[in-house]
Design a protein around this ligand. Structure first.
Ligand code: AMP
Length: 504
């Protein structure tokens, strides 16, 4: 057994990494190959239930796209019937379908399988590698999730880790993990904004760091903005040019489009250092009986111009978080850059109004999150946490008449306990249902029902006043409810989920 060691896992949309503190208290990163510390979050199903994970699977995105799942974390724990899924599912060559529980599932070899299986295989693989590094099997872990992750998405990742044989000691928001890493690196007393622009999402988190303790002040970002949007933007422009010059529209061929996305990404990365680079995919399509190449020169300036709207969106998300906390950019001591896409010079330049940036020597953009998770794991093993994370989205209840009450506001620190006096409940003799839901957007039109609480008559009828509902959110982001009566009675009540996430 791993003797109290806790594995920190950053299960990312694009890449997955893990780290831990060994028995001597030394930080260990988990190598995936020689000097490589991250593993592509890709699973290739090559026959029935046989699968390969990581670098070996990544090459299959082009060879066998319909059986190769990548970026699947975007869909994990999301309802199939949602705007997000309708908008994104057709961009992938693998098939996202509705599972029997209503959540996104995938279709391979004639079977509909839950997406938690993909997460499970990735977490299992990185854990196997970690066991090898530690020389002993891990039984406990800390997981990181995007700030915007709903309670359901957190539950889906937790379940995948449990299936891989791990007890989840804690869950923390990715930027908070990065800040925890930062806080332990320097032990500063500062206000920092963690700007995390990875492959799939942008998270911006404002926090104070004091004596190695991190307190989150506000979070925000853009769940639809990440490095892959930059890649798509390049492809979009070049495919349009190709159409104009060659009269061939490549958009209808998903395999060709996937090859172009790969080529665009590598050129984008190269242009973070070079001034110009060629995007070249040989023999992309046949025209008039002969193969033609896809070949364009792209300069850094052109890349920056085409991606300007994306960069502006990223900057606007930062301003929004600052506004929510009532701070200005010049009151932030340091902007901590996390996520591979922050290596793009134009992204950094757009944020130059912040007085100080972390350099990648200080905070490794790709590994900081996994290290932060390892730090929380070490702290939890010692019985401290060194952390005050926040709940990204409000949790509310709906009363029988349809009116709603917010119980836990967005940006509440976790763990937290909030109460609400249940005034005006019907005095009839049957249980009264209260629907507990999480608002997925600011306008609260997009809601995720978490379950129903039945308030039995004994809490309402003839007890001399309204009962109180108490909702508590733990550090593991598990929600619990209690009822308290005016005459001092208190009891835990179940939040019954009519359509739970499938666990298999
Ligand atoms: P992460 O999720 O942190 O691994 O970030 C992955 C994203 O960062 C992908 O979209 C990559 O294309 C992008 N990325 C990685 N390195 C660079 C670079 N040097 N310049 C621009 N983007 C990069």
């Amino acid at each position: 057994m791993s003797g109290g060691l806790v594995l920190g896992i950053d299960f990312g949309t694009t890449n997955t990494a893990a780290a831990f503190f060994d028995a001597q208290g030394k930080l260990r990163l988990v190598p995936v190959a020689e000097k490589v510390f991250y593993m592509p979050s890709v699973v290739w199903f090559h026959a029935g239930d046989k699968a390969l994970v990581g670098h070996a699977a990544r090459t299959q995105i082009i060879e066998d796209p319909s059986h190769t799942l990548f970026g699947a974390k975007r869909f994990l724990g999301r309802r199939y019937q949602s705007e997000f899924v309708a908008k994104h599912r057709d961009r992938f060559a693998f098939e996202i379908v509705e599972g029997e529980d209503g959540y996104c599932a995938f279709h391979v070899y004639g079977q509909v399988r839950p997406l938690t299986e993909v997460a499970f295989r990735i977490i299992q693989q990185i854990t196997t590698l970690a066991n090898h590094t530690a020389g002993t099997p891990f039984t406990e872990c800390v997981l990181t999730v995007p700030v915007h992750a709903s309670v359901r998405q957190r539950e889906a990742v937790r379940y995948a880790a449990e299936k891989a044989g791990l007890v989840v000691k804690g869950m923390l928001n990715e930027p908070t993990a990065a800040a925890l890493y930062y806080a332990n690196l320097r032990n500063p007393e500062q206000t920092v904004l963690v700007f995390d622009l990875g492959g799939g999402t942008l998270d911006a988190t404002l926090m104070t760091v004091k004596g190695r303790v991190v307190k989150v002040l506000a979070t925000g970002g853009d769940a639809f903005l990440g490095g892959s949007n930059f890649d798509e933007c390049i492809v979009e422009h070049l495919v349009e040019r190709f159409h104009r010059e060659q009269g061939v529209d490549l958009r209808t061929n998903t395999v060709v489009m996937q090859r172009l996305v790969f080529a665009a990404e590598s050129v984008k990365i190269a242009l973070s250092k070079a001034d110009s680079k060629q995007v070249r995919v040989p023999c992309i399509v046949q025209k008039d009986g002969r193969f033609i190449d896809f070949e364009f020169d792209l300069s850094r300036k052109e890349l920056e111009d085409m991606c300007l709207p994306l960069i502006e969106r990223a900057a606007a998300a930062c301003d929004d978080v600052l506004a929510r906390a009532g701070l200005r950019a010049d009151q932030v001591d340091e902007l901590v850059l996390v996520g591979g896409q922050t290596r793009m010079p134009a992204v950094r330049n757009r944020l130059s109004h912040f007085k100080r940036f972390s350099s990648d020597k200080d905070v490794n953009p790709e590994l900081g999150v996994a290290i932060g998770a390892a730090i929380l794991g070490r702290n939890l093993a010692r019985g401290t946490s060194g952390l005050a994370d926040v709940l990204p989205m409000p949790v509310s209840i709906m009363l029988p008449g349809g009116s709603t009450r917010e119980v836990i506001p967005a940006n509440s620190p976790v763990p937290c306990v909030r109460t609400l006096a249940l005034e005006g409940l019907p005095q009839w003799n049957a249980p009264v249902p209260l629907v507990v839901f999480e608002s997925l957007d600011a306008t609260a039109t997009d809601r995720e029902v978490l379950g129903t609480i039945q308030v039995a008559a004994e809490w309402r009828v003839g007890v001399g006043g309204a009962p109180t509902l108490e909702l508590s959110m733990g550090q593991d982001f598990v929600l619990k409810a209690r009822l308290l009566s005016q005459n001092g009675k208190a009891a835990q009540v179940a939040i019954v989920d009519a359509r739970p996430l499938t666990r298999k």
